[in-house]
Design a protein around this ligand. Structure first.
Ligand SMILES: Nc1ncnc2c1ncn2[C@@H]1O[C@H](COP(=O)(O)OP(=O)(O)OP(=O)(O)O)[C@@H](O)[C@H]1O
Ligand SMILES: [Mg+2]
Length: 509
């Protein structure tokens, strides 16, 4: 077995006139975890797709376990021992978890799990520690669960090289730690893991080697030893960057009336008697683990799912909730799953952003294209969306840039109430800071913000006040200016540290 699993020499790739990979020369060793990092659009996913056989390349050589490849397809790559976990998940929603995991490598063709396959699933599940049920239909799973299915799928193929494109982007810290365990185990077993991520802490914790990309080129590649978060950020951005959270504006006075009041909201999606309120200029965080009901609450408020209970906007009852009416009432919503709920991938950037807000860019029902273009350009500038064309095709944008388009779409209309579900998922460290600044700007401008993030540090640092959620209920409130991540975890896991713990009732792990 050669020491080098994958070797790239002088790889070039263009789409039309845009050169997206430029002279990439790089080795991936056997038995190593090799992190691939860089800004949104740097070319990480494209490089992964070339190795995985999804993209062809224009020049250069790709050598897999000592053999230069010719006609390279996903099937050939899989047969050659290479599996890829995509950034945008590619499961078959109508099939079960186990069917997806074993798709193409099943023992039978009837679609029924045979004894041996059930045992195979159990063994795999034990290894990964994800606790998924084999018979669940994938369409019924949340995005974090789907990500786990993708990971199991790659591992089930017994691949010698596994490319993971942002596998932890919707996992909790705890789940990410489990995945890192699996990654280390794969490495110790002599396999190669190519790990694409924006979480630099994860890179520092798991990788042996790191390659930093910028604008389709390699900035630097080598051992992880000696790298720090600051050195990685600087190499990614080409300059030192501020990675702290921005300071919050003062919270509104207690006498200010709430603009959003929720009372006794319950839903089929699992919400139980949820009450909360937000005042203009206030950022309120929902603090909870994946599955605690945070996204369900966001969707119920926006009218994306039905719910019983009362919602008031600016003091007036809002009972006939629907996404369209919510937009008309000045509520903006960035959903967690951009591919399914957020963007119309057959459209260009401009209509994607303006479609829910046509009234804003029309006069007497007639579209004002100039105004529409002006506002779209403003958003592109604000979030540094690349490529920056107003009529760029969203389907071909990098994952992080799609996320920026989605965010723009919902803040385009200057909403008074903004619900953000994982707004910085998948964006690079520079864009993340711009999004944080933007959240603070929204509040400063008088908007009420409801923030959801699986990253506890992010939601706590960016919120004035927080509601702790567990199993569809509010189990406590907190002043985020004094709350620590550790406190929040103790309270969410219902660990009794002191007599003053107020979050006990109803909280479970
Ligand atoms: N199929 C395609 N057609 C046209 N352009 C593409 C295609 N795939 C990727 N690109 C372009 O190639 C560039 C690199 O994209 P890529 O997805 O590799 O970036 P990335 O580093 O993975 O970014 P992110 O962190 O946002 O996921 C981007 O400018 C993107 O728009
Ligand atoms: Mg990508």
């Amino acid at each position: 077995m050669p020491e080098i699993a994958i070797s790239l020499v002088g790889i070039e790739k263009s789409f039309g006139s845009a050169k997206i990979l430029n002279g990439i020369t790089l080795d991936f060793r056997r038995g190593s975890v090799h992190a691939l990092i860089g800004e949104n659009g740097a070319g990480k996913s494209s490089l992964g797709k070339i190795i995985g056989g999804y993209y062809s390349f224009d020049a250069g050589t790709l050598t897999v376990f000592g053999k230069p490849v010719g006609h390279w397809t996903p099937r050939a790559a899989l047969q050659g021992g290479i599996a890829m976990i995509h950034q945008e998940l590619q499961l078959v929603p109508e099939l079960t978890v186990a069917q997806n995991v074993f798709l193409g490598i099943e023992d039978n063709s009837a679609g029924v799990l045979r004894g041996s396959e059930a045992a195979r699933f159990r063994a795999l599940d034990e290894k990964c520690g994800f606790g998924l049920k084999p018979g669940t239909i994938v369409a019924d799973l949340r995005i974090a669960e789907r990500q786990k299915v993708e990971i199991m799928r790659a591992i089930a193929r017994d691949s010698r090289v596994i490319i993971m494109d942002e596998p932890t982007s919707s996992l909790t810290a705890d789940e990410a730690e489990k995945l890192h365990h699996v990654i280390r185990w794969l490495r110790d077993d002599g396999r190669t893991v190519i790990y694409v991520t924006h979480f630099l802490d994860h890179v520092l914790a798991t990788a042996d080697r790191v390659t930093i990309m910028r604008d389709g080129r390699i900035v630097r590649s080598g051992d992880i030893a000696g790298e720090t978060k600051a050195s990685l950020v600087e190499a990614m951005l080409g300059e030192p960057a501020d990675v702290a959270f921005p300071p919050l504006p003062a919270p509104p006075a207690l006498s200010v009336a709430p603009i959003l009041e929720i009372s006794h909201l319950s839903s089929d999606t699992g919400l139980q008697d949820v009450s909360l309120d937000i005042r203009p200029g206030e950022i309120v965080g929902l603090i909870g683990l994946v599955g605690s009901g945070r996204s369900e609450l966001a969707r119920a408020i926006f009218g994306a799912d039905p719910a019983t209970g009362a919602v008031k906007v600016a003091g007036a009852p809002y009972d006939d909730r629907s996404p369209r009416r919510s937009v008309a009432r000045g509520i903006g919503f960035v959903p967690e799953d951009r591919r399914k709920q957020g963007l119309d991938l057959v459209q260009m950037v401009r209509p994607n952003m303006s479609l829910p807000h046509l009234a804003l860019v029309s006069r007497f029902g007639v579209l004002r294209p100039k105004e529409e273009r002006r506002r779209t350009a403003e958003m592109i500038r604000h979030f540094n969306i690349v490529p920056g064309q107003i009529d760029g095709e969203v389907a071909f944008y990098s994952g992080g840039n799609q996320q920026k388009v989605l965010l723009s779409k919902w803040v385009y209309g200057n909403p008074k109430i903004v619900i953000l579900d994982e707004p910085s998922r998948g964006v690079d460290i520079g864009a993340r800071r711009r999004i944080h600044d933007f959240v603070v700007e929204l509040a400063r401008g008088g908007a009420a913000v409801l923030l959801i993030s699986s990253e506890l540090e992010e939601v706590i640092s960016l919120s004035h006040r927080g509601y702790l959620m567990s199993e569809g209920r509010i189990v406590g409130t907190a002043d985020c200016r004094t709350l620590t991540v550790e406190d929040a975890l103790f309270r969410l896991f219902n660990i009794d540290r002191s007599a003053g713990d107020t979050a006990r009732a109803g909280a479970t792990s």
